[in-house]
Ligand binder design. Structure first.
Ligand code: SAM
Ligand code: SF4
Ligand code: F3S
Length: 453
């Protein structure tokens, strides 16, 4: 039986890589450590416990872990005199104990479904100085009823499901996060109701494919119903990510249009504009079906900020396929797009496809695509010129402490000067109207109108 009291007073630092799933898992790890009396450290050097929450979706994320772990070797002694290094997240789930072969200074390894045990593992490592590894099978249900330490008081990530059933041919996620498992709807609604009581104003519902929420319980997806019920809790802003185009139902588009708290923003990953490549990717929709869906969404929510993910250089992608992606970007007019160069992931079907395309060609295509995305993002933001947008204040700009930074309902970054005589810290989590006079590719700027509320 682990003696958790050994953790009391220890300082911890968590570095998180990857997607919002990991961000939220990190919040749960923090919550557990807080409940054991641990204290947050401002850097690895000040920490008795350093935790890396890892991602393996692309090779770059994978290799970063090795550098980060070895840099811990040159840190000064920790405050308590003993430092424990832990690796969690998707690489831990994939490689388990095998990580110890290359990472000789790691003490604790815990998988994506073992977060509830992290405190015991760390306590044991402090007590006996041995390695402690716990990687549950991915199809054991991940615990959800854990304490949880939120990074901000005004926004919360709310996982509604874990895992993914889609097996896109390039993607490692289903192998490290398991199959889709939806949380009970009442549990989610109760959680959001509690968040509203605590003063949270904005939430993001999380899942690899939120559109299939509930399918594992009730056969039919119930995401539209969930949106309506969450919309009744009094929460002011609802975002969700990610949406798979093959599962976005008309009833969900209706709920998005009709529930006032659902923000006019939709992340709808397209991945490629070529139907041939989409088939090889196992995405289960064509270019035409995607564009038709975009049109149907715009018919109901004309000003929607549509965002997407795109992969360049999927094995065998030709110049013609790539041009189809570029033209789709121009046609869909994305407000933002996350663009990635294809990264071979061992164990996925696409890893077996041999690709003769030189890296320099893929890089040149990637750079070309980014220019188109920047143009559509710029065009989208130009549409906000001379309008007044309610900005949810997140803090001040990193570049200028006299400038407030926040988010518009369309999830655009917005800047405005800190109102005279006001401490900006007191404004965090409040909403202020900003009259937009500048619209660039990455942000809007203007002057505040009226008081924060
Ligand atoms: N479930 C989400 C969806 O389908 O919209 C995506 C989750 S994944 C964590 C985020 C993005 O990473 C994907 O949409 C895809 O564009 C990208 N990605 C996944 N596997 C990749 C790979 N092997 N190489 C490059 N990008 C990849
Ligand atoms: Fe990966 Fe596809 Fe699942 Fe998204 S939907 S997590 S891209 S397998
Ligand atoms: Fe990465 Fe795991 Fe998310 S592989 S993208 S952290 S689900």
């Amino acid at each position: 039986m682990s003696n958790l009291s050994i953790l009391s007073g220890k300082t911890y630092f968590i570095r998180t890589f990857g997607c919002q799933m990991n961000l939220h898992d990190s919040e749960r790890v923090s919550g557990l450590l807080d409940s054991c009396g641990c204290l947050v450290a401002s850097s690895p050097a000040d920490a008795d416990i350093v935790i890396f929450m890892t991602c393996c979706v692309r090779e770059a994320a994978d290799t970063r872990l090795y550098g980060q772990c070895s840099s811990c070797k040159s840190l000064p002694a920790s405050p308590s005199g003993k430092r424990v290094i832990a690796v969690g997240g998707c690489i831990a789930q994939r490689d388990g104990e095998g990580l110890l072969t290359n990472l000789d200074n790691v003490d604790v390894i815990f998988g994506t479904h073992s977060i509830a045990h992290v405190a015991e593992l760390l306590a044991d490592a402090f007590a006996d100085g041995d390695h402690h590894v716990r990687v549950e099978e991915i199809d054991t249900g991940a615990a959800t009823d854990m304490p949880w330490h939120r990074e901000t008081a005004y926004h919360a990530w709310v996982p509604i499901m874990t895992g993914c059933n889609n097996f896109c041919s390039y993607c490692i996620v289903p192998y490290v996060r398991g199959r889709e498992k939806s949380r009970p709807m009442d549990e989610i609604v109760d959680e959001v109701t509690g968040l509203v009581r605590q003063g949270v104003r904005s939430i993001t519902l999380l899942g690899q494919n939120v559109n299939s929420y509930g399918r594992d319980h009730d056969h039919d997806p119930r995401f539209a119903e969930l949106l309506r019920r969450v919309g009744d809790t009094g929460i002011e802003r609802i975002y969700f990510t990610s949406s798979h185009p093959k599962d976005l139902l008309p009833e969900t588009i209706d709920a998005m249009a009709e529930v006032p708290a659902v923000m006019p923003q939709l992340h709808l990953a397209v991945q490629s504009g070529s139907s041939r490549i989409l088939k090889l990717m196992n995405r289960k929709y064509t270019r035409e079906q995607y564009l038709d869906l975009v049109q149907r969404v715009r018919d109901r929510i004309p000003n929607i900020a549509l965002t997407t993910d795109i992969i360049v250089g999927f094995p065998g992608e030709t110049e013609e396929d790539f041009e189809q992606t570029v033209s789709l970007v121009d046609e869909a007019k994305f407000a933002q797009a996350f663009t990635f160069i294809y990264s071979k992931r061992e164990g996925t079907p696409a890893a077996k496809i041999v690709d003769p395309t030189p890296r320099a060609v893929i890089q040149e295509r990637f750079d070309r695509l980014v220019k188109h995305v920047e143009q559509t993002a710029f065009d989208f933001n130009q549409g906000s010129l001379d309008t007044t947008v309610p900005m949810l204040i997140e803090g001040t700009s990193k570049k200028d402490p006299n400038v407030l930074q926040g988010k518009s309902p369309w999830n655009q970054t917005v800047h405005c000067p800190v109102p005279a005589g006001v401490d900006p810290v007191t404004l965090i989590g409040k909403v202020i109207d900003v009259h937009v006079d500048t619209a660039r590719t990455w942000y809007l700027a203007g002057a505040s109108v009226g008081d924060a509320r």
